[in-house]
Design a protein around this ligand. Structure first.
Ligand code: TXA
Ligand code: MG
Length: 307
């Protein structure tokens, strides 16, 4: 965990309108003062990210969340009450204080209260909501360790090291509008858990009747450089590659054993993909996990990695 001096330094950088890579429980974020347009523009510049892709704003209290949202429907209170702090982003109508740079010109803003103590502490120390996308170059794999961030940005960005991320994949993004609840990006907070809590149907964007998926959710997102293929157990391509397996390993070659529990699998996924990618082999083959609801978010990330 970072020292007091490191936290003070990071807070000072953030207050001055510059960027700091911060740990969250999902993935590392490239953070800036969400209320400062210039600071937010720096995020897009550093990531090489199109301005059409809105950012998530991280808060440390319900009060801060509500200061950014023009409406706070009952579903927001229920979901935030159950899952905050944690890996859930709520998309709500925005207040005018949220700059258009954060929301890519949309009338809504994505808000999340992370559970990582370092993220919460930096928001409290600065007193600022922090806009932060994943701290990777656009279309590259998301970072789940400080070392991953340094690989992407070198020494040019200050990284606060908060250890390896516990959740390991990006938050569930949920839009609340016109009394409807719609998942824009699946994550480890499952549709079924939200439905049970709310006692109603939660829609999934991109399904036949659903609205559009999250803006900026490009298909080539979360991709390693090496070709990724999703396979049935031991149905491997020709040539040399790394095999991420849940069941039996391949007889020869690089085997990477993956947990059979979805939460543990998600936690390891990007770390293993980063390591497999670094081997620069012909392919990375990933054994498809079971087709059950608790694996839905992992299937989503695997499909994107293989795209
Ligand atoms: O777990 C996470 O969410 C991480 C950590 C750092 O918090 N952040 C993250 O940010 O994954 P990013 O920028 O890589 O992804 C943000 C997602 C995108 O899919 C974006 O389209 C969606 O959130 N999003 C943000 N604001 C939105 C809005 N106003 N309407 C619809 N989707 C929005
Ligand atoms: Mg990202």
């Amino acid at each position: 965990m970072p020292s007091e001096e490191e936290l003070d330094r990071a807070a000072a950088i953030l207050r001055s309108g510059h960027l700091v890579a911060i740990p969250t429980e999902t993935v590392y974020g490239l953070a800036a003062n969400a209320l400062d347009r210039e600071a937010v523009r720096r995020i897009f510049k550093w990531k090489g990210r199109p301005l059409s892709s809105p950012l998530i704003v991280h808060v440390a209290s319900l009060e801060m969340a509500r200061s950014l949202a023009r409406e706070w429907p009952p579903e927001a209170g229920i979901l935030a009450g159950a899952f905050w702090p944690g890996p859930l982003t709520l998309v709500l109508p925005k207040q005018p204080i949220v700059p258009d740079e954060v929301t890519a010109g949309l009338d809504t803003v994505g808000i999340r209260m992370p559970s990582h103590p370092v993220a919460l502490e930096l928001i409290r120390r600065t007193g600022l909501p922090l806009a932060a996308p994943s701290a990777n170059q656009f279309t590259q794999l998301s970072p789940t360790t400080a070392a991953h961030v340094r690989q992407a940005f070198g020494d040019s960005v200050v990284v606060v090291d908060g250890g390896a991320c516990e959740v390991g994949i990006e938050s569930t993004v949920v839009a609340l509008r016109n009394g409807e609840v719609t998942v824009l990006r699946p994550g480890m907070i499952a549709v079924e858990a939200m439905e049970a809590l709310l006692g109603r149907t939660v829609h999934i964007a991109g399904s036949v009747e659903g609205p559009h998926p999250s803006p900026g959710m490009h298909h080539r997102h979360y991709s390693p450089r090496t070709r990724v293929v999703l396979v049935a157990a031991n149905q491997l391509p020709e040539g040399a590659g790394a095999y991420l397996h849940i069941s039996e390993p391949q007889r020869s070659g690089h085997n990477m054993a993956m947990p059979s529990d979805p939460a543990a699998y998600a936690q390891r996924l990007y770390q293993v993909l980063h390591a497999a990618d670094a081997l620069a082999l012909d392919w990375i083959a990933i054994e498809l996990p079971p087709q059950t609801p608790e694996w839905a978010a992992i299937h989503d990330r695997l499909r994107r990695a293989a795209n």
